[in-house]
Every structure is written in C-alpha cells, then in structure tokens.
Design a protein around this ligand. Structure first.
Ligand code: 4AD
Ligand code: MG
Length: 440
C-alpha cells in the first residue's frame, strides 16, 4: 500500500505568477526587503525573474512561524509556499498569501548593500552582490535582449557567424591601446577588434560577423571606455560605403525596436524616457566630417578645425542637432586606422562612417570600407610602423582575388548605456574592467 502524502505545490517563477492565480505554488528565492506589523510580514521575495510581495499573516501561519518571520534578514534564501492572488492595490501585479516558508540559507552576517544609497566605488567593489539589485537586474536583462537581437538580425540576414581569435599578433586599431601578453615565449596581443579576421571571412562566406570580447588598454578614465568590451562586427564582400550605412541603420533600428518591444518593464525600472528610442527609425541623417566641423563652428566651438578628433563633447554638440542617430562619414585619413580605403576624389579623406547616438551618448558604431590595393596597404602598414611580418596573412587577402568590402563594429556596452539611459558604461557589463579595476 502506498503512503498518502500531501501534494507539494509546484515551483513557479515569479514572472509566470499571472498564470497561476488562485493556485498554490512554491517560490524559491531570496528575501529582498521586509516590512512588518504586529500581525503581518510583507516579504519582498526575488527569484531572478522578478520580485513579488509575499504576505505572511499571523493567523494563517501560526505564532511559531510568524516569530521566525521576524528574524528573516535581507538576502536569506528561502522557499515560500502560498496562494497566488491579484495584488490588493496595484493592477496587473500579483502577490502571494503565504501558507508556509522554509529558510534555506540565512546570511552569516549583515548583507552589505542595504536599500540606502551607497557610493559607486563601494558598489563596484561589491559588484558580485550588486547584480542582485533591481536596477542592475533591469540593465542586464536589456543587455541580454540586445545581444539576442544582434544575433537574430545577422542570422536572419544571411550572415555566417565566424568567431575571431582573442590572442593575435596584429594591432588592428593602433599600438597605443594594446594589451600585450606572453604567448609561449612570443609576444601576443589581446584582440582590439576581430575585423581583420572578418575580412578573411568575407572572402570565404560573403557576409560574416563576429561577436565577442575585445580589449583596449585605454589610459584615461571616461564614462564610455572599458578595458574589456563586447563588439559585434559584420563584414561584407563587395559593399559600398552607402550600403554600409544602410546596413548600420537597419541593424540599429532592429535592435532598439526589440528592446522597446520586449523590455518595457525594465525601461520603467530605469525611468528611461522611451520617446527618444521610438524615433530610432531609418533613414538616419548623414553628414560628412567637414559638415560636422561646421556644425561645431555654428554651435559655440569656433576653434574646431579640420584634422581634430571628435571627442565626447564635440559628438554631443553634433548629435544634439538631430532627433535620431546621425551618421558621420569621410574623416581625415591621418586620424584613422591603416586599413581604411581613401576617397578617390579626395584622397585626404577615408571612406569611413561612425554612428553617433543621440542624447550625448556619442559614437556607438565605427566602420567603413577597407583598402583593397596590395601596394597601398603595404605603404599604410609601413607608415603606421606596424609589423609587416605579422600582416603577411592579411596582405594575402589582397594577393588572391582582392575585392571591395567593408563593415563596422558596434560596441555593446555603449549601446546598453544609451538604450537604458545610463550615465556610465560601468553598469552595462556584469563585471567591468576599467583603468584601476580588475576585481571582482
Ligand atoms: O571605432 P572602433 O575602434 O572600430 C573598430 O574597432 C573597427 N575595427 C570595427 C570594424 O569596422 N569592424 O570601435 C567600434 C566601436 C565603437 O564605436 C564603440 O562603440 C566601441 O566599439 N568601443 C568601445 N566601447 C567601450 N570601451 C572602449 N574602450 C571602446 N572602444 C571602442
Ligand atoms: Mg571609432
């Protein structure tokens, strides 16, 4: 004869509670916050998918359990069993009428991050715990959606994913931001960009992209530079600069559209004004670098001149003229990487394009058309004092069926900062690596 046991309520994720109104369920999670009165404990429980209010009524659970509830501290892990109900006051929200709860792990000491305000350094030192908080949770979910949308866009558009290596002998983006390491006795660099490898891929597959971490030893502290950041880099054979711009704007509109479609709740937590994101629809305005210099002249920067790099302040002035991302093309060749193709009619300019995000977020995409002449490229490698040996494989792409091609790189963290409306990229990646920060 089998023993008769009470049925155990099924485990349900908080984000799915709406499908279980009136049913008994079990939640497994952590105590986020608690308020109590003589007869009630309001436990805010989080499980990674959401936060729900679990109401412990003395009359329902009994004196002993109610007293145990008194002692629960923040970040205790627990299992709560109860009945799902519509929230008494907030429409579209749910709560749990608790029948019983079990502590799994009580904190051995007080949780360091309380709901009060903490300084950024303190929070950064506790990043491994900070990720549990509501705001960080919302940011990481938006990041997840952006990463997924990036992959979906290229996968649906005929691109083949081709992973680029992390260790490389090549300085793609100049020698001043290289992380050098020892590779079995040989010097190697952590990759600054997968682009050179994608150029090889474009000759093999036509349309390729890579998506991975990239590294730059940025020596200055800014709100948009990380030492390790994620970049997606499409590269396409037989592409023109105009087609490159078309691809960039279609891609960006797709990614932002997906965030708007699926992450309204997170954007609300972040108090993001989404009206600006709703305007991210092609066509984007397109201007040249020379026009950008004129805009600076017209807007309080008379000192700006041809050849100046556009820094964060200048980019903000330029992007403030437009209500959606703006594409800036044809920068002076002297300030650009060795691989750019020059404009045939104005050889002092490159066939490049940057996309500047609105609201002062600055450059989120950089790309352009690559030099295809072997001879010109050899001269450029010499002029940039790069290792000719290390670039022999790259020059092979010009020796064997050279072809016009181009692409771009989008920085994920700057894109997350912009879509979430964050002042600094340090909150856009789970564990940021910056000047002066390697831990946790
Ligand atoms: O403009 P960048 O340097 O372009 C390249 O690396 C090209 N090789 C890409 C290509 O054409 N395949 O970098 C591209 C983007 C920037 O627009 C920015 O969004 C991001 O990468 N980025 C950074 N993000 C965070 N921290 C840093 N230090 C970054 N440096 C660049
Ligand atoms: Mg750039």
């Amino acid at each position: 004869m089998s023993e008769v046991t009470a049925p155990v309520a099924p485990v349900v994720a908080i984000e799915n509670l709406s499908k279980h109104v009136g049913e008994d369920v079990r939640l497994r999670g952590w105590l986020y916050n608690k308020r109590s009165s003589a007869k009630l404990h309001f436990l805010e429980v989080r499980d990674g998918t959401g936060i729900v209010q679990a109401v412990v009524f003395k009359g329902d659970v009994g004196d002993e359990a109610f007293a145990r509830g008194d002692k629960l501290t923040q970040e205790t892990s627990l299992v709560v069993t109860g009945t799902v109900k519509e929230h008494g006051k907030r429409k579209g929200e749910y709560e749990l009428g608790v029948k019983s709860f079990e502590v799994i792990g009580a904190p051995s000491q007080e949780y360091p991050i309380s709901p009060k305000d903490h300084g950024t350094d303190f929070l950064m030192d506790n990043r491994h715990l900070w990720l549990r908080s509501k705001r960080q949770h919302a940011i990481m979910r938006v990041r997840h959606t952006i990463v997924k949308a990036v992959r979906d866009f290229f996968d649906q558009d005929g691109f083949t994913l081709l992973d680029a290596p992390i260790f490389t002998p090549n300085a793609c983006e100049g020698t001043s931001t290289l992380f050098e390491t020892d590779y079995h006795g040989e010097p190697a660099y952590l990759t600054q960009s997968g682009q050179l490898y994608m150029e090889a891929g474009a000759a093999a597959f036509g349309k390729v992209y890579c998506f991975g971490p990239t590294f730059r030893a940025e020596k200055s502290k800014t709100r948009r530079h990380l030492a390790e950041f994620w970049m997606v880099e499409p590269e396409v054979a037989f592409l023109t600069l105009e087609e490159d711009m078309n691809l960039a704007e279609r891609f960006l509109a797709y990614v932002v559209g997906r965030v708007l479609e699926t992450r309204q709740e997170e954007l609300k937590v972040l108090e993001r004004d989404t009206s600006n994101l709703e305007k991210v629809i092609p066509p984007f305005p397109r201007i040249t670098y020379e026009r950008a210099i004129e805009i600076l002249h017209e807007n309080g920067h008379p000192e700006a001149k041809f050849g100046d790099d556009l820094g964060a302040d200048e980019e903000t002035v330029i992007s403030n003229q437009f209500d959606r991302p703006v594409i800036v093309s044809h920068y002076p060749a002297e300030m650009k990487a060795f691989y750019f193709k020059r404009d045939a009619s104005r050889p002092e300019l490159t066939l490049n394009m940057d996309v500047l995000a609105p609201e002062g977020y600055g450059e989120i995409i950089g790309g352009g058309i690559r030099e295809e002449s072997l001879e010109t490229l050899v001269k450029a490698i010499e002029a940039h004092k790069l290792s000719m040996d290390a670039f022999q494989w790259y020059l092979d792409l010009r020796r064997y069926g050279s072809f016009p091609h181009g692409g771009f790189g989008l920085g994920i963290e700057r894109t997350v900062a912009w879509t979430c409306g964050l002042p600094h990229v340090r909150e856009t990646i789970p564990f940021p690596r910056m000047l002066n920060r390697l831990a946790p």
